[in-house]
Design a protein around this ligand. Structure first.
Ligand code: GDP
Length: 362
Protein backbone atom coordinates (compact mmCIF):
# COMPACT_ATOMS: atom_id res chain seq x y z
CA UNK A 1 0.00 0.00 0.00
CA UNK A 2 0.91 3.66 -0.04
CA UNK A 3 2.69 4.47 3.16
CA UNK A 4 3.05 7.47 5.46
CA UNK A 5 5.78 7.35 8.08
CA UNK A 6 5.04 9.01 11.43
CA UNK A 7 8.22 10.56 12.79
CA UNK A 8 9.12 12.92 15.61
CA UNK A 9 11.20 13.12 18.75
CA UNK A 10 10.39 10.76 21.64
CA UNK A 11 7.40 11.68 23.82
CA UNK A 12 5.72 13.99 21.34
CA UNK A 13 2.68 11.73 20.90
CA UNK A 14 3.53 9.54 17.90
CA UNK A 15 2.30 6.31 19.45
CA UNK A 16 -0.79 8.00 20.81
CA UNK A 17 -1.61 9.25 17.33
CA UNK A 18 -0.79 5.90 15.76
CA UNK A 19 -3.01 4.11 18.27
CA UNK A 20 -5.82 6.45 17.49
CA UNK A 21 -5.29 5.98 13.76
CA UNK A 22 -5.21 2.23 13.85
CA UNK A 23 -6.94 1.52 17.13
CA UNK A 24 -4.24 -1.10 17.47
CA UNK A 25 -3.67 -0.52 21.16
CA UNK A 26 0.12 -0.75 21.06
CA UNK A 27 2.00 0.28 24.16
CA UNK A 28 2.40 3.97 24.85
CA UNK A 29 4.57 4.68 27.83
CA UNK A 30 6.08 7.80 29.21
CA UNK A 31 9.68 7.23 28.24
CA UNK A 32 11.81 7.36 25.09
CA UNK A 33 12.32 4.28 22.91
CA UNK A 34 9.09 2.66 24.05
CA UNK A 35 8.05 1.75 20.55
CA UNK A 36 10.98 -0.15 19.11
CA UNK A 37 9.49 -2.17 16.28
CA UNK A 38 8.00 -0.25 13.44
CA UNK A 39 4.27 -0.68 13.40
CA UNK A 40 2.22 -0.42 10.29
CA UNK A 41 -1.51 0.13 10.35
CA UNK A 42 -3.95 0.15 7.48
CA UNK A 43 -6.25 3.12 7.96
CA UNK A 44 -9.51 3.68 6.07
CA UNK A 45 -9.87 7.11 4.49
CA UNK A 46 -13.10 8.69 5.75
CA UNK A 47 -15.27 9.82 2.84
CA UNK A 48 -18.93 10.77 3.26
CA UNK A 49 -19.54 10.24 -0.44
CA UNK A 50 -19.48 6.48 0.14
CA UNK A 51 -22.62 6.64 2.26
CA UNK A 52 -24.40 8.81 -0.30
CA UNK A 53 -23.57 6.30 -3.03
CA UNK A 54 -24.60 3.38 -0.83
CA UNK A 55 -27.97 4.98 -0.17
CA UNK A 56 -28.67 4.92 -3.91
CA UNK A 57 -27.09 1.61 -4.85
CA UNK A 58 -27.95 -0.36 -1.68
CA UNK A 59 -24.88 -2.59 -1.94
CA UNK A 60 -24.03 -5.62 0.21
CA UNK A 61 -20.95 -3.84 1.50
CA UNK A 62 -19.05 -0.59 1.39
CA UNK A 63 -15.26 -0.49 1.21
CA UNK A 64 -13.16 2.61 1.81
CA UNK A 65 -9.82 3.53 0.33
CA UNK A 66 -6.90 3.07 2.72
CA UNK A 67 -3.56 4.62 3.59
CA UNK A 68 -0.87 2.78 5.52
CA UNK A 69 0.64 4.56 8.50
CA UNK A 70 3.92 3.45 9.98
CA UNK A 71 4.94 4.45 13.49
CA UNK A 72 8.66 5.08 13.26
CA UNK A 73 10.30 5.47 16.65
CA UNK A 74 13.87 6.11 17.57
CA UNK A 75 14.77 9.43 16.08
CA UNK A 76 16.91 11.47 18.42
CA UNK A 77 19.60 14.02 17.88
CA UNK A 78 22.53 12.17 16.32
CA UNK A 79 20.41 9.45 14.73
CA UNK A 80 22.16 9.89 11.41
CA UNK A 81 25.42 9.08 13.20
CA UNK A 82 23.89 5.92 14.58
CA UNK A 83 22.71 7.25 17.96
CA UNK A 84 19.69 5.57 19.51
CA UNK A 85 17.88 3.55 16.91
CA UNK A 86 19.08 5.91 14.22
CA UNK A 87 19.97 3.57 11.42
CA UNK A 88 16.83 1.54 11.79
CA UNK A 89 14.83 4.73 11.77
CA UNK A 90 16.43 5.87 8.56
CA UNK A 91 15.87 2.53 6.85
CA UNK A 92 12.20 2.60 7.84
CA UNK A 93 11.66 6.10 6.64
CA UNK A 94 13.29 5.31 3.30
CA UNK A 95 10.44 2.87 2.61
CA UNK A 96 7.72 5.46 3.01
CA UNK A 97 6.06 7.64 0.39
CA UNK A 98 5.51 10.63 2.64
CA UNK A 99 6.49 11.86 6.09
CA UNK A 100 4.16 12.93 8.85
CA UNK A 101 6.15 14.82 11.47
CA UNK A 102 4.53 15.00 14.89
CA UNK A 103 5.56 18.05 16.88
CA UNK A 104 4.89 18.49 20.56
CA UNK A 105 2.88 21.64 21.17
CA UNK A 106 1.46 20.70 24.56
CA UNK A 107 2.89 21.58 27.95
CA UNK A 108 2.78 18.87 30.59
CA UNK A 109 5.34 18.78 33.38
CA UNK A 110 4.67 15.09 34.00
CA UNK A 111 5.80 14.09 30.56
CA UNK A 112 9.51 14.26 29.97
CA UNK A 113 10.66 16.22 26.96
CA UNK A 114 13.92 14.79 25.61
CA UNK A 115 15.42 18.23 25.19
CA UNK A 116 14.21 19.41 28.59
CA UNK A 117 11.59 21.87 27.39
CA UNK A 118 8.80 22.14 24.86
CA UNK A 119 10.27 23.94 21.89
CA UNK A 120 8.72 22.99 18.56
CA UNK A 121 11.10 25.15 16.51
CA UNK A 122 14.13 23.38 17.88
CA UNK A 123 12.41 19.97 17.66
CA UNK A 124 11.61 20.43 13.99
CA UNK A 125 15.14 21.60 13.36
CA UNK A 126 16.58 18.48 15.01
CA UNK A 127 14.40 16.13 13.00
CA UNK A 128 14.94 17.89 9.69
CA UNK A 129 18.68 18.17 10.33
CA UNK A 130 18.93 14.42 10.92
CA UNK A 131 17.07 13.77 7.70
CA UNK A 132 19.34 16.20 5.87
CA UNK A 133 22.48 14.61 7.35
CA UNK A 134 21.30 11.26 6.02
CA UNK A 135 20.74 12.80 2.59
CA UNK A 136 24.20 14.41 2.61
CA UNK A 137 25.69 11.01 3.27
CA UNK A 138 23.72 9.44 0.41
CA UNK A 139 24.77 12.27 -1.90
CA UNK A 140 28.42 12.07 -0.89
CA UNK A 141 28.51 8.34 -1.55
CA UNK A 142 26.80 8.78 -4.91
CA UNK A 143 29.24 11.55 -5.85
CA UNK A 144 32.25 9.38 -5.08
CA UNK A 145 30.87 6.60 -7.24
CA UNK A 146 29.91 8.77 -10.17
CA UNK A 147 33.17 10.74 -10.03
CA UNK A 148 35.11 7.64 -11.00
CA UNK A 149 32.87 7.05 -14.00
CA UNK A 150 32.94 10.70 -14.99
CA UNK A 151 36.75 10.65 -15.05
CA UNK A 152 36.65 8.04 -17.80
CA UNK A 153 34.90 10.61 -19.98
CA UNK A 154 31.34 9.35 -19.55
CA UNK A 155 29.07 12.31 -20.41
CA UNK A 156 25.95 11.14 -18.59
CA UNK A 157 28.02 10.59 -15.44
CA UNK A 158 29.30 14.15 -15.70
CA UNK A 159 25.70 15.38 -15.87
CA UNK A 160 24.75 13.33 -12.83
CA UNK A 161 27.76 14.57 -10.94
CA UNK A 162 26.83 18.19 -11.57
CA UNK A 163 23.30 17.65 -10.25
CA UNK A 164 24.42 15.69 -7.18
CA UNK A 165 27.01 18.33 -6.32
CA UNK A 166 24.56 21.18 -6.64
CA UNK A 167 21.97 19.39 -4.50
CA UNK A 168 24.57 18.48 -1.88
CA UNK A 169 25.63 22.09 -1.64
CA UNK A 170 22.07 23.28 -1.10
CA UNK A 171 21.38 20.60 1.52
CA UNK A 172 24.59 21.62 3.30
CA UNK A 173 23.22 25.15 3.34
CA UNK A 174 20.16 23.86 5.15
CA UNK A 175 17.65 23.30 2.38
CA UNK A 176 15.34 20.31 2.23
CA UNK A 177 15.71 18.59 -1.15
CA UNK A 178 11.96 18.95 -1.65
CA UNK A 179 12.44 22.74 -1.73
CA UNK A 180 15.31 22.78 -4.22
CA UNK A 181 14.38 23.81 -7.72
CA UNK A 182 14.83 20.80 -9.95
CA UNK A 183 13.51 19.96 -13.39
CA UNK A 184 12.03 16.63 -14.38
CA UNK A 185 15.29 15.13 -15.63
CA UNK A 186 17.18 16.21 -12.53
CA UNK A 187 14.51 14.69 -10.32
CA UNK A 188 14.81 11.50 -12.29
CA UNK A 189 18.57 11.43 -11.67
CA UNK A 190 17.96 11.78 -7.93
CA UNK A 191 15.34 9.06 -7.74
CA UNK A 192 17.81 6.20 -7.34
CA UNK A 193 19.32 7.81 -4.25
CA UNK A 194 16.10 7.41 -2.24
CA UNK A 195 16.66 10.68 -0.43
CA UNK A 196 14.58 11.41 2.65
CA UNK A 197 13.96 15.14 2.44
CA UNK A 198 12.70 14.82 -1.13
CA UNK A 199 9.57 13.16 0.21
CA UNK A 200 6.45 15.22 0.81
CA UNK A 201 6.07 16.14 4.49
CA UNK A 202 3.39 17.55 6.73
CA UNK A 203 3.36 18.57 10.36
CA UNK A 204 0.99 17.36 13.03
CA UNK A 205 0.93 19.85 15.89
CA UNK A 206 -0.03 17.81 18.93
CA UNK A 207 -1.79 20.24 21.24
CA UNK A 208 -3.68 19.99 24.50
CA UNK A 209 -7.45 20.01 24.50
CA UNK A 210 -7.45 23.77 25.01
CA UNK A 211 -4.43 24.38 22.79
CA UNK A 212 -6.05 24.96 19.41
CA UNK A 213 -6.14 28.73 19.87
CA UNK A 214 -3.74 31.24 21.39
CA UNK A 215 -1.00 28.66 21.41
CA UNK A 216 2.43 30.17 20.65
CA UNK A 217 3.87 26.67 20.05
CA UNK A 218 1.28 26.07 17.35
CA UNK A 219 1.92 29.48 15.80
CA UNK A 220 5.63 28.73 15.67
CA UNK A 221 5.01 25.45 13.83
CA UNK A 222 2.67 27.17 11.39
CA UNK A 223 5.32 29.76 10.63
CA UNK A 224 7.93 27.15 9.78
CA UNK A 225 5.46 25.18 7.71
CA UNK A 226 4.40 28.28 5.76
CA UNK A 227 8.01 28.94 4.82
CA UNK A 228 8.26 25.38 3.53
CA UNK A 229 4.89 25.29 1.80
CA UNK A 230 3.88 22.51 4.17
CA UNK A 231 0.53 21.75 5.78
CA UNK A 232 -0.03 21.80 9.56
CA UNK A 233 -2.80 19.75 11.13
CA UNK A 234 -3.39 20.64 14.79
CA UNK A 235 -4.78 17.78 16.79
CA UNK A 236 -5.05 16.59 20.37
CA UNK A 237 -3.79 13.05 20.04
CA UNK A 238 -4.83 12.12 23.55
CA UNK A 239 -8.46 13.01 22.91
CA UNK A 240 -8.40 11.26 19.58
CA UNK A 241 -7.19 8.11 21.26
CA UNK A 242 -9.96 8.36 23.85
CA UNK A 243 -12.52 8.90 21.10
CA UNK A 244 -11.63 5.62 19.42
CA UNK A 245 -12.58 3.79 22.60
CA UNK A 246 -16.16 5.10 22.56
CA UNK A 247 -19.12 3.58 20.74
CA UNK A 248 -20.78 5.57 17.97
CA UNK A 249 -23.40 7.19 20.16
CA UNK A 250 -20.95 8.25 22.85
CA UNK A 251 -18.60 9.51 20.17
CA UNK A 252 -21.29 11.68 18.61
CA UNK A 253 -22.15 13.12 22.01
CA UNK A 254 -18.51 13.81 22.86
CA UNK A 255 -17.93 15.53 19.50
CA UNK A 256 -21.02 17.70 19.73
CA UNK A 257 -19.96 18.77 23.23
CA UNK A 258 -16.70 19.93 21.70
CA UNK A 259 -18.57 21.55 18.82
CA UNK A 260 -16.98 19.29 16.21
CA UNK A 261 -18.63 17.33 13.44
CA UNK A 262 -16.06 14.60 13.13
CA UNK A 263 -12.91 13.35 14.84
CA UNK A 264 -9.80 15.44 14.20
CA UNK A 265 -8.20 12.23 13.04
CA UNK A 266 -10.18 12.49 9.82
CA UNK A 267 -8.34 15.70 9.02
CA UNK A 268 -5.02 13.93 9.54
CA UNK A 269 -5.97 11.06 7.23
CA UNK A 270 -7.30 13.34 4.50
CA UNK A 271 -4.28 15.63 4.71
CA UNK A 272 -2.01 12.60 4.35
CA UNK A 273 -4.01 11.41 1.35
CA UNK A 274 -3.64 14.85 -0.24
CA UNK A 275 0.02 15.00 0.62
CA UNK A 276 0.55 11.77 -1.27
CA UNK A 277 -1.08 13.31 -4.34
CA UNK A 278 -3.92 10.81 -4.26
CA UNK A 279 -7.54 10.97 -5.29
CA UNK A 280 -10.50 8.63 -5.21
CA UNK A 281 -12.74 7.12 -7.81
CA UNK A 282 -15.67 4.82 -7.09
CA UNK A 283 -17.15 1.63 -8.36
CA UNK A 284 -20.80 1.32 -7.39
CA UNK A 285 -22.67 -1.94 -7.92
CA UNK A 286 -25.13 -4.05 -5.94
CA UNK A 287 -22.31 -6.22 -4.61
CA UNK A 288 -20.26 -3.33 -3.31
CA UNK A 289 -19.65 0.35 -3.32
CA UNK A 290 -15.95 0.87 -3.19
CA UNK A 291 -13.50 3.75 -3.12
CA UNK A 292 -10.28 3.19 -5.06
CA UNK A 293 -7.10 5.19 -4.86
CA UNK A 294 -5.25 6.64 -7.85
CA UNK A 295 -2.62 9.31 -8.25
CA UNK A 296 -3.94 12.66 -9.41
CA UNK A 297 -3.53 12.75 -13.17
CA UNK A 298 -4.00 8.99 -13.61
CA UNK A 299 -5.56 7.77 -16.86
CA UNK A 300 -8.59 5.50 -17.08
CA UNK A 301 -6.50 2.38 -17.82
CA UNK A 302 -4.26 3.15 -14.84
CA UNK A 303 -7.36 3.46 -12.67
CA UNK A 304 -8.58 0.11 -13.96
CA UNK A 305 -5.17 -1.34 -13.12
CA UNK A 306 -5.70 -0.55 -9.44
CA UNK A 307 -8.51 -3.11 -9.41
CA UNK A 308 -6.61 -5.71 -11.42
CA UNK A 309 -3.58 -5.57 -13.71
CA UNK A 310 -5.58 -7.47 -16.37
CA UNK A 311 -8.10 -4.64 -16.41
CA UNK A 312 -5.33 -2.25 -17.41
CA UNK A 313 -3.85 -4.54 -20.07
CA UNK A 314 -7.19 -5.33 -21.66
CA UNK A 315 -8.75 -1.90 -21.18
CA UNK A 316 -11.23 -0.90 -23.89
CA UNK A 317 -13.39 1.85 -22.46
CA UNK A 318 -14.77 3.23 -19.23
CA UNK A 319 -18.31 4.38 -18.52
CA UNK A 320 -17.88 7.42 -16.35
CA UNK A 321 -20.36 9.44 -14.31
CA UNK A 322 -19.22 12.42 -12.27
CA UNK A 323 -20.03 11.94 -8.59
CA UNK A 324 -22.43 14.91 -8.44
CA UNK A 325 -24.34 13.62 -11.48
CA UNK A 326 -24.55 10.12 -10.05
CA UNK A 327 -26.14 11.56 -6.92
CA UNK A 328 -28.40 14.02 -8.73
CA UNK A 329 -29.78 11.41 -11.15
CA UNK A 330 -29.89 8.68 -8.51
CA UNK A 331 -27.61 6.14 -10.10
CA UNK A 332 -26.40 4.71 -13.37
CA UNK A 333 -29.66 4.41 -15.26
CA UNK A 334 -30.83 7.88 -14.27
CA UNK A 335 -27.49 9.42 -15.22
CA UNK A 336 -27.49 7.55 -18.52
CA UNK A 337 -31.03 8.70 -19.35
CA UNK A 338 -30.01 12.28 -18.62
CA UNK A 339 -27.00 11.94 -20.91
CA UNK A 340 -24.58 12.27 -18.00
CA UNK A 341 -22.80 8.98 -18.45
CA UNK A 342 -19.79 9.28 -20.74
CA UNK A 343 -17.83 6.66 -22.63
CA UNK A 344 -14.17 7.46 -22.14
CA UNK A 345 -11.09 5.98 -23.79
CA UNK A 346 -7.47 5.32 -22.91
CA UNK A 347 -6.48 8.97 -22.70
CA UNK A 348 -9.14 9.97 -20.18
CA UNK A 349 -7.76 11.61 -17.04
CA UNK A 350 -9.70 10.40 -14.03
CA UNK A 351 -11.39 13.10 -11.93
CA UNK A 352 -11.83 12.88 -8.17
CA UNK A 353 -15.17 11.22 -7.37
CA UNK A 354 -15.77 9.66 -10.81
CA UNK A 355 -18.05 6.65 -10.68
CA UNK A 356 -16.62 4.17 -13.18
CA UNK A 357 -17.39 0.90 -14.95
CA UNK A 358 -14.64 -0.65 -17.03
CA UNK A 359 -14.94 -2.61 -20.25
CA UNK A 360 -11.99 -4.78 -21.00
CA UNK A 361 -10.75 -7.82 -22.93
CA UNK A 362 -9.47 -10.76 -20.97
P1 GDP B 1 5.96 9.00 21.40
O1 GDP B 1 7.17 8.66 22.19
O2 GDP B 1 6.17 10.15 20.48
O3 GDP B 1 5.34 7.83 20.71
O4 GDP B 1 4.88 9.58 22.44
P2 GDP B 1 3.63 8.88 23.14
O5 GDP B 1 2.50 8.77 22.17
O6 GDP B 1 4.06 7.64 23.82
O7 GDP B 1 3.21 10.03 24.17
C1 GDP B 1 4.04 10.38 25.24
C2 GDP B 1 3.20 10.82 26.41
O8 GDP B 1 2.52 12.04 26.07
C3 GDP B 1 2.13 9.82 26.78
O9 GDP B 1 2.07 9.77 28.19
C4 GDP B 1 0.86 10.41 26.20
O10 GDP B 1 -0.27 10.04 26.94
C5 GDP B 1 1.13 11.91 26.31
N1 GDP B 1 0.39 12.69 25.30
C6 GDP B 1 0.24 12.40 23.99
N2 GDP B 1 -0.51 13.35 23.37
C7 GDP B 1 -0.84 14.26 24.33
C8 GDP B 1 -1.60 15.47 24.32
O11 GDP B 1 -2.16 15.89 23.30
N3 GDP B 1 -1.69 16.15 25.51
C9 GDP B 1 -1.11 15.69 26.65
N4 GDP B 1 -1.23 16.39 27.76
N5 GDP B 1 -0.41 14.55 26.68
C10 GDP B 1 -0.26 13.84 25.55
Amino acid sequence: GIKCGIVGLPNVGKSTLFNALTNAGIESANYPFCTIEPNVGVVPVPDAREDALAEIVKPERVLSATVDFMDIAGLVEGASKGEGLGNKFLANIRETDAIVQVVRCFDNDDIVHVAGKVDPVSDIEIINMELMFADMESLEKAIQKVQRVAKSGDKSAAGKLAVYERVLKEVEEGKLVRLIELDKDELQLLRDLHLLTIKPMMYIANVNEDGFENNPHLDAVQKIADAQGAVVVPICAEIEEQLTELDDEEKAEFLSEMGQEEPGLNRVIRAAYDLLGLQTYFTAGVKEVRAWTVKKGATAPQAAGVIHTDFEKGFIRAEVTAYADFIEYKGDSGAKAAGKQRLEGKEYIVQDGDVMHFRFNV
